[in-house]
Design a protein. Structure first.
Ligand code: SF4
Ligand code: SF4
Ligand code: SF4
Length: 509
């Protein structure tokens, strides 16, 4: 059997190389261009697919086989000549994500609707549909002596990037990542898990305020930008239910370019902030016009809260290009003061993690005591919709966790039919950020097992953390006492909260 690399055309001939292609380790790479084995396709299968589709193409247009990608998308792009018309991108977008198939291209002047989740880039067998790279921008910044390049690393990156360097599934690479980024030229490396703790402080406070003052409930989480866009386009009526708290990378960005820059006496316009994330939708999120809190605060219109996003796959490519082997670098600590985090912040990367962490802190805020049963196992796991009851202070809250925007459609139908909830977590990807569109690609048969390992890696880290509560993070306490005052203060609202817009008009109805 022969397998062909869909990027450079290298052919793996099992006869000549005397090892079955399917027996090669996942970390095996194309010897010519270095892409993972998931970019290879069995030669005969690829040819058969093309042939079949060419015949069927006489009965329907190609448009009905693959998804359209807009030229101005900042998250994904499509290279037509690599496409074998297999239709897998469309299947994922429609069935799992609930996007494709829920609008009429003819009505919207052929401009496709996309929530930037990147799940199609994981499904495409040939790399014809892929994420849009910001590597060159980051390289330019690193080569500019007048700029200070700062990186922040999102929670789920640390348990997945090792796969690109032949390390075990789920192994924690945070110390190695700090070293590798410093070798690359970073001046400071911070942990977005700090931003996750900050999100929890604000979100738990907002939840309590909404419940106590009989505000709009159920409150939905808002840290997933693909879910936010999905709501803005398809369910604008739900927007008042979305928490106004920003996502961790944007909170961290606003704090780095204001508080950190002031504390260190750095001109914020010299800082180029790169967020390393599992997520393609973050590329769109950092470009939302609402994400200009540091510009407003510092009265400097040139500032953006976060400048670039590198997904796990992009950072791996950059490290490989620079011959930095994550497996061989020493470990180093995150920089201070935005590098310390709680276990509650770490589990943000898992479906159910935001909910679990928010409930830990909401309980403390209501009672002044930490909850006895820290681990809220009912909200864990890869099920698309999970529901549970949670005791927070003297209140019994009805909570739900929804993963995959396709499941949001089913869940919102349940609410319409009268089911009651107080607090709902939504993540666009099927198992939260550990399964994000910018994470390492996997074969369909191993996905579930590897996703589980990544999630376990984060739960293990939470368990071994010095503190497991966002409200016990000493750096968070200092940030409030020295700068923000308290959660939901005027400055907290200015820097850490945002707003949403009804975008349903793009459906052309
Ligand atoms: S990024 Fe997500 S929403 Fe956009 S086309 Fe791909 S699967 Fe669909
Ligand atoms: S998954 Fe890739 S190869 Fe298959 S139709 Fe979509 S773009 Fe083409
Ligand atoms: S679940 Fe996470 S990785 Fe996926 S789109 Fe949302 S924020 Fe991004």
């Amino acid at each position: 059997m022969k397998y062909k690399c869909n990027i450079c055309g290298y052919t793996y001939d099992e006869k000549k190389l005397s090892e079955k292609f399917n027996n090669l380790k996942l970390a095996w790479k194309c010897p010519d261009c270095g892409v993972p084995k998931t970019y290879f396709q069995e030669v005969t299968k690829s040819e058969r697919l093309k042939k079949n589709r060419a015949v069927k193409g006489q009965q329907y247009s190609q448009e009905s086989i693959y998804i359209e990608v807009n030229d101005d998308s900042c998250s994904i792009e499509r290279q037509s000549d690599l496409c074998v018309l297999c239709g897998q991108c469309k299947d994922i977008c429609k069935k799992q994500q609930g996007v494709c198939g829920y609008f009429d291209l003819n009505r919207i002047a052929k401009k496709s609707i996309c929530i930037d989740c990147g799940q199609c880039t994981l499904a495409c067998p040939t790399g014809a549909i892929r994420l849009k790279s910001e590597i060159e921008n980051v390289k330019t910044a690193l080569n500019n002596k007048n700029k200070i390049v700062v990186f922040q690393i999102a929670p789920s990156v640390r348990v997945a990037i090792g796969e690109e360097f032949c390390l075990d599934y789920g192994v924690n690479c945070e110390g190695k990542l700090v070293s590798a980024l410093k070798i690359l030229g970073a001046k400071y490396v911070f942990d977005t898990t700090f931003g996750a703790d900050l999100t929890i402080m604000e979100e738990a406070s907002e939840l309590i305020e909404r419940i106590n003052k009989k505000g709009v409930t159920p409150m939905f989480t808002s840290c997933c930008p693909a879910w936010v866009k999905f709501a803005e386009v398809f369910y604008p009526e739900i927007l008042p239910h979305l928490s106004s708290t920003k996502s961790p990378i944007l909170m961290q960005g606003a704090v780095i370019k204001t508080y950190f820059a002031k504390t260190m006496n750095i001109d914020p316009s010299k800082i180029i902030l790169v967020a390393v994330t599992p997520c393609t939708a973050k590329k769109a999120e950092i470009r939302r016009q609402e994400m200009d809190a540091s510009a407003k605060y510092m009265k400097n219109n040139t500032l953006r809260d976060v400048d670039y996003v590198l997904t796990v796959r992009e950072l791996s490519d950059l490290l490989h290009e620079k011959k930095i082997d994550l497996g061989r670098v020493a470990e180093a600590d995150f920089d201070s003061p935005l590098g310390r985090a709680s276990g509650g912040g770490v589990i943000f990367g898992n479906s159910g993690g935001v909910m679990e962490s928010a409930l830990r802190t909401a309980h403390y805020m209501l009672t002044g005591k930490n909850v006895d049963n820290i681990e809220f196992k009912e909200v864990r796991g890869l099920k698309g919709i999970k529901t549970a009851s949670a005791k927070v202070g003297d209140k019994m809250l009805s909570v739900a966790i929804v993963a995959g925007t396709g499941n949001v459609r089913k869940f919102l139908d349940r609410i319409k039919k009268g089911e009651h909830f107080d607090f709902v977590e939504v993540m666009a990807c099927p198992g939260g950020c550990v399964t994000g569109g910018g994470q390492p690609r996997l074969g369909a048969e191993e996905r579930k097992q590897v996703y589980k390992k990544r999630a376990e890696g984060l739960y293990k880290l939470d368990k071994s953390s010095k503190t497991r509560f966002a409200h016990e993070n000493e750096d968070i306490k200092t940030l409030y006492s020295e700068f923000l005052d308290k959660p939901l203060s005027t400055l907290s609202k200015q820097l850490l909260h945002t707003s949403y817009t009804d975008k349903s008009d793009i459906l052309g109805k």
